[in-house]
Design a protein around this ligand. Structure first.
Ligand code: A2P
Length: 398
């Protein structure tokens, strides 16, 4: 059965193909013939696209996607993997079959999906036969090793790690911003960094209206962004400290309970961390804005769930609070919570387990020309990971 991704007849490794033209009768006919040849008896949607490479060669790709795909979650037992399973169920994604993959340690575990117990199986090189869409969240090294294997087996990978985000052949997608980029995938689509995705939910609509030049930002990142072991570390340290015992450390270099760590990801020679540079690098790619600049300080805070970001943004055009608020109120996936006089502003406690991000504390930046300050908070396990990945999968079956 034909599954998965685009079949390129020609390729240009110089960069992502420039999306040129959607379906034509001829390419659709070719797609239909191909689907018959591969005995696609199930409900299939064939989308044919013509692409123009940078050298000007027209290539034809056809994407076949089962409308009731066999979905795999790689890293199913992890903090994000569990949310992926829940999100597939809650959004009623038309899963034909669900395969749950993790390390050998988890073999024998069972996880619930739509009332059924599904056994976790070990991730191996042979795991991807028959799978249409694989949602990966098992860390960068697993993605680097297994995502190309999965793509080669005909599966479309939605990868939550940073392994492929800057690869010119891999779209990096926030569906509310650049859903069309899903179309030029070659088997792997990258899910963005959680802090970047949540920030862009508010920044991108403002960029469309006023043209963002640069941002200065600080993040307040929850421990669940580090994974299940970090959630346990915060819980354990709180218990130890309350009991008057010294805090034990396994995940973070310092105590995280009753502390904040200005250290997320590894340090670069510039003094920034890798996490801090993702806002600029990924923001440029997602917003199609190569001149975008971002100076960020990322901070881990003793919060279980939901990241928050304080942003000062400078725009090309003058921006008033009223105009910004009008733009943000219409933005998809975003709620404006901005009544400081009533003590109403976004907080991680209340954005946890919510699909929408929240923006508030909207005010003119007193130190920048055409500047605006705002505070955005969102569930990084959802919009920053599982929800965004499932939304990308939804784009694939449209
Ligand atoms: P496991 O639970 O079997 O270790 P988190 O980000 O919350 O730490 O979760 C990481 C996820 O990645 C878990 O599901 C974990 O499975 C999975 N994982 C880690 N190492 C491997 C591996 N070598 N092969 C497959 N899955 C892995």
């Amino acid at each position: 059965m034909a599954r998965g991704h685009a079949l390129g007849l020609a390729n240009d490794s110089a960069g992502p193909p420039i999306f040129a033209k959607a379906t034509t009768g001829r390419t659709l006919r070719w797609a239909a013939e191909r689907s018959q040849r591969d005995h696609c008896h199930q409900e299939m949607r064939a989308t044919a696209t013509a692409q123009l490479t940078r050298r000007g060669v027209v290539i034809v790709c056809a994407t076949f996607m089962n409308r009731h795909p066999h979905v795999a979650v790689v890293g199913a037992t992890g903090a994000v993997g569990i949310e992926m399973i829940k999100t597939l169920e809650k959004r009623n994604f038309p899963v034909g079959k669900l395969t749950l993959l993790a390390s050998a340690r988890s073999v024998g575990k069972k996880l619930k999906f739509k009332g059924q117990d599904i056994a976790v199986t070990e991730l191996t090189k042979d795991s991807f036969a028959g799978i249409d869409i694989a949602l990966f969240s098992a860390g960068g090294s697993i993605s680097k090793e297994y995502a190309p294997i999965a793509a080669k087996a005909g599966c479309v990978v939605v990868d939550n790690s940073s392994a492929f985000r800057q690869d010119d052949n891999v779209p990096l997608v926030v569906p509310e911003i650049n859903a069309a980029d899903v179309k030029w995938h070659k088997g792997i689509i990258a899910n963005p960094n959680c802090t970047t995705a949540i920030t862009l939910m508010a920044l991108y609509p403002l960029h469309q209206a006023f043209g963002v030049k640069r941002v200065f930002a600080s993040s307040y990142q929850a421990v669940s962004g580090t994974g299940a072991k970090a959630i346990e570390e915060l819980r354990r340290q709180v218990g130890e400290i309350v009991a008057g015992k010294p805090a034990t450390k396994e995940v973070y270099p310092h105590q995280i309970a009753f502390n904040v760590l200005p250290h997320v990801d590894s340090f670069l020679p510039t003094g920034y961390t890798k996490e801090e540079m993702k806002m600029e690098n990924e923001g440029r790619k997602i917003m199609h804005h190569p001149g975008f600049r971002a100076s960020v300080t990322c901070v881990r805070v003793p919060v279980y769930r939901s990241h928050s970001i304080a942003v000062s943004a400078e725009f090309e055009k003058p921006v008033s609070v009223e105009a910004a608020r009008a733009v943000l109120k219409k933005a998809p996936g975003l709620d404006v919570v901005d009544e400081p006089e009533n003590k109403k502003y976004p907080m991680p406690l209340f954005t946890s387990e919510q699909y929408n991000c929240e923006v508030g504390r909207i005010r003119k930046d007193c130190a920048l020309d055409n500047g605006l300050c705002f505070w955005v908070s969102g569930d990084q396990l959802l919009k920053g990971a599982a929800l965004n990945a499932v939304q990308i999968a939804e784009e694939l079956i449209k």
